[in-house]
Design a protein around this ligand. Structure first.
Ligand code: GKR
Ligand code: MG
Length: 432
């Protein structure tokens, strides 16, 4: 008798976990970040897992696409993509297409126009977890094998308040960070805890001169550590050029200073520091537009969650090599399944020129058995074991799902959250 490994069931569980009051161009993080946990089960009882976005439109897209997997082999990724594309259509109305508020471009993962790519990615990773279990091989081997044995990440600093305005739980241990001294203390704590070898500052929140002073303080406190600044397009071209001049000789790359490809191209014309983005090259069509302009953006910060998955990001890597561009990874608030998937991917990509972003230090929960993942000198090793090498902690899943049911948040909205602190805040960009 042969055992059938055909897919019989897809389960999507929305979860919510604590997220600190982190400031950004769109406003401020809400007390709870949303994710979805995807489980794909076969007739034979195997379960492949994954983590993705948890906002309402994404949950609806996942629910719409789930029946497409019924009866499919976990190896049939191309067929899965065809079926998902047929079921999940891009929204027809422009208003729907534009999504929620100003943060659509800041967090491309929340953009409904990317629903097909996001759902394909959500299913692909869980199916590859199944493939790995069937072949007794880690996902990195299914992606062609490891190009490196550990994946480097950077310290991702944020300006922040000490506590959420609603005080929904005890304040986080990081404290306030609004001055250069507080920022350096935050960096020290993060580097001591994780061993990161490079530093990224999320900017676009305070007046630019203060943020430049923050970078200069970091340069002094951590000589030799590569530094990046990311104002999420909240600076005009003139401001971007003024600030990069003040930071001469200090930056490894300059991430999304000014809005749109036009703004980035105008900055690139006058600036020697390479420009990086997770805002203007967010899919293959935008990659082509950047190439047609002579590549003003030199480093693409990919994210398998919205680029269409692990294999799509490998294709992106080939394109980046062809066009002489650099590649690294973008991040949003996430837990360990996303981090493990990213680690398999990044271990398999020969072209990975920079340490990847991760929000992981800002979270204090975990959804995988064994608890929080351990970094060694700022890097993660690919976990041993078949597939993703991660097992769902069902007690944690139940607790975080309960958070979701009670937190009252269904779509990320940093702008509305900031209005609670400052009713006059408009979120209009560029602000500076
Ligand atoms: O979490 O506030 C945030 C970030 O600003 C995030 O939304 C961005 O998508 O980390 C991201 C970035 O690098 O632009
Ligand atoms: Mg960015």
């Amino acid at each position: 008798m042969t055992t059938s490994h055909a897919i019989r069931h897809v389960r999507v569980t929305p979860i919510a976990f604590r997220d600190p009051p982190l400031l950004n161009a769109a406003g401020i993080h809400e007390p709870w970040a949303l994710r979805s946990i995807i489980e794909i089960e076969t007739d034979s009882g195997l379960v492949g897992i994954n983590e993705s976005y948890g906002d309402q439109p994404m949950l609806e897209a996942l629910a719409k696409a789930a029946p497409a997997l019924q009866g499919l082999s976990p190896w049939s990724l191309n067929e899965m993509e065809t079926r998902v594309s047929a079921l999940v259509k891009p929204p027809a109305k422009a208003s729907e297409f534009l999504g929620v508020g100003a943060q659509i471009s800041l967090a491309p993962g929340t953009h409904v126009s990317k629903n097909v790519a996001k759902v394909v990615s959500a299913f692909e990773v869980a199916m590859m977890d199944l493939q790995g279990q069937l072949a007794n091989a880690p996902v990195v081997d299914l992606l062609g094998g490891a190009a490196r044995d550990r994946v480097p990440f950077s310290a991702y600093l944020f300006y922040k308040y000490a506590e959420h305005i609603e005080k929904p739980y005890a304040p986080d241990p990081w404290g306030e960070a609004l001055t250069p001294e507080q920022l350096v203390a935050q960096a020290r704590r993060m580097i001591d805890g994780y061993g990161f070898q490079s530093i990224k500052l999320k900017a676009g929140a305070l007046p630019p001169a203060q943020e430049a002073a923050g970078i200069l303080a970091l340069a002094k406190a951590f000589p030799g550590k590569p530094l990046r600044i990311d104002p999420n397009a909240n600076w005009s071209v003139a401001t971007s050029l003024k600030i990069v001049e003040q930071l001469r000789g200090v930056l490894e790359y300059y991430e999304d200073p000014a809005p749109g490809l036009d703004g980035m191209a105008a900055v690139a014309r006058e600036c020697e520091v390479p420009l990086a983005t997770n805002m203007v090259v967010t899919d293959f069509d935008e990659f082509r537009r950047n190439a047609e302009r002579g590549c003003p953006v030199k480093i693409v910060l990919s994210d398998h969650h919205y680029w269409g998955g692990l294999r799509a990001t490998q294709r992106l890597s080939t394109l980046c090599s062809t066009f002489g561009l650099g590649l690294s990874m973008h991040s949003n608030s996430h837990l360990g399944i996303s981090l493990v998937a990213m680690t398999h991917l990044c271990a398999s990509v020969p072209l990975l020129n920079y340490a990847c972003d991760t929000h992981y230090p800002w979270q204090d929960e975990e959804i995988v058995e064994g608890g929080r993942l351990r970094f060694e000198q700022g890097s993660l090793r690919v976990p041993p074991g078949p597939g993703l090498g991660a097992t769902l902690d069902r007690t944690a899943l139940a607790r975080l799902h309960d958070n979701y049911l009670h937190c009252g948040i269904r779509n990320r909205d940093d702008l509305a959250q900031m209005k609670k602190y400052d009713p006059s805040f408009t979120g209009i960009q560029p602000r500076f």
